[in-house]
Design a protein around this ligand. Structure first.
Ligand SMILES: [Zn+2]
Length: 407
């Protein structure tokens, strides 16, 4: 029976955490020298396993098993958010690597294989899911032309060149080769920990609606302009944000989340009534019907406020991703695997965060497994998971892969 080595998984993760180490986390932005080192580390491990390997023209690492029979594709990402955690991404990559090792080592799976991928820039330094979209043939050359690092302003083409990857061909997978795609990840929330559970079986990855809401008023003197005649765009924004927050609980889904992520006032100075204001408002849910309903509500509230005055309000949808449903037989396999290693300690749950699996889900059956995050903390250098939970998750993941390879 193919079996993961939990100690080796923890050890590999600690090796990766040395690359760009920052406090107890890492700073490993996409295509930075430390990120490139992590890609080379993975390639070397896959070489040692006897996989056919390549780092391609978008910075994806591939390790293709030489087995001729049924295959699973598994992976995640190796870059981090800026000054962030050591497990967000690498956990899924190392689980995939360990599953590939365990399957390779088991004579019962001589014809079967696990192909391993590290998908560049899941964290969106240069764009959205560049690596996984490239792997699925969804990324155009003009997408590469347009990529700019949101922190440094470096062009994607220049970063690829600096990383020694410019001009390399990009590799696309053939989804028909695979039984499906599997990705493990830290939960990044506190649901598992709070309920003393060990494995989250992801049912779907939420869809996102990102809006830009703009308010047009009249800029004027804060001392001489009577309250009755003001057209304060900042105040109009605040009113609408509060109204949405009051109204949403009655019409939202059980796990809907909404966020006023940024507010800007123009000119944003003391002694000046803001003449214009803008907010970035976002809604996430796993159900398209809920997202539609909430979008309609936002547009309705904004239209009413616009009609009432005194400010003009415009709602613009600037990004929309659809919820990705995870494959039912894969969820069953992960539950069965958890029952074998930690009976009763699993739960089905949606993913509130986006992951590469949502890209692959458009092309083949896909599924995700979560392990607990201590205190639910992620996208921060203090992000952590206990060694025992990391090891257990690796055993469950490999077991699930084995079950799916047996078909
Ligand atoms: Zn991640």
């Amino acid at each position: 029976m193919a079996k993961a080595n939990g100690d080796r998984v923890v050890q590999n993760l600690r090796q990766l955490a040395e690359l760009g180490k920052y406090k107890t986390g890492v700073h490993r932005p996409s295509l930075s020298p430390q990120h490139v080192q992590s890609l080379q580390w993975l390639k070397a491990e896959l070489d040692a396993l006897g996989h056919e390997t390549v780092i391609d023209g978008i910075g994806n690492v591939y390790g293709f098993s030489r087995a001729k029979g049924r295959k699973i594709l598994a992976g995640s990402h190796l870059e981090s958010q800026n000054y962030a955690g050591w497990l967000d991404g690498p956990l899924g990559v190392v689980y995939a690597l360990e599953a590939a090792r365990a399957i390779k080592a088991d004579p019962a799976f001589a014809d079967h294989g696990v192909d391993v991928g590290s998908w560049c820039d899941e964290e969106g330094h240069f764009g959205f899911f560049l690596g996984s979209r490239s792997a699925c043939g969804e990324l155009s050359e003009s997408d590469l032309d347009n990529g700019v690092d949101r922190t440094t302003g470096t062009r994607l083409r220049d970063a690829l060149s600096e990383a020694g990857l410019a001009g390399r061909p990009r590799v696309a997978i053939d989804p028909r080769q695979y039984a499906g795609y599997l990705e493990a990840h830290i939960e990044q929330g506190d649901w598992l920990e709070a309920n003393d559970l060990k494995i989250g079986v992801v049912t779907s990855i939420v869809g996102i609606r990102q809006f830009r809401i703009t308010f047009q008023g009249v800029q004027n003197h804060a001392g001489t302009t009577r309250m009755a005649i003001r057209k304060d765009a900042g105040l109009a924004l605040a009113h609408l944000a509060v109204e949405i927050d009051k109204h949403f609980p009655a019409i939202a889904g059980e796990r809907t989340v909404w966020t006023t992520g940024r507010i800007t006032l123009d000119p944003g100075a003391h002694s000046i009534i803001p003449g214009a204001a803008e907010t970035l408002f976002q809604i996430r849910d796993a159900d398209t019907a809920v997202l539609d309903r909430l979008e309609q509500a936002v547009r309705g509230m904004a239209a009413d406020a616009d009609a009432r005055g005194p400010c003009r309000i415009e709602v613009e949808l600037i990004r929309k991703s659809i919820p990705a449903v995870m494959a039912a037989p894969f969820q069953t396999a992960m539950e069965a695997a958890t029952e074998a290693h930690a009976p009763g300690r699993h739960v089905r749950m949606p993913s509130g965060a986006g992951h590469d699996a949502q890209v692959f889900a458009n092309h083949m059956p896909a599924a995700m497994l979560f392990v607990p995050s201590i205190g639910g903390i992620s996208h921060h250098w203090s992000e952590n998971t206990s060694d025992a939970d990391i090891a257990l998750g690796a055993r469950v993941f490999t077991d699930a892969v084995a079950r799916l390879l047996r078909g």
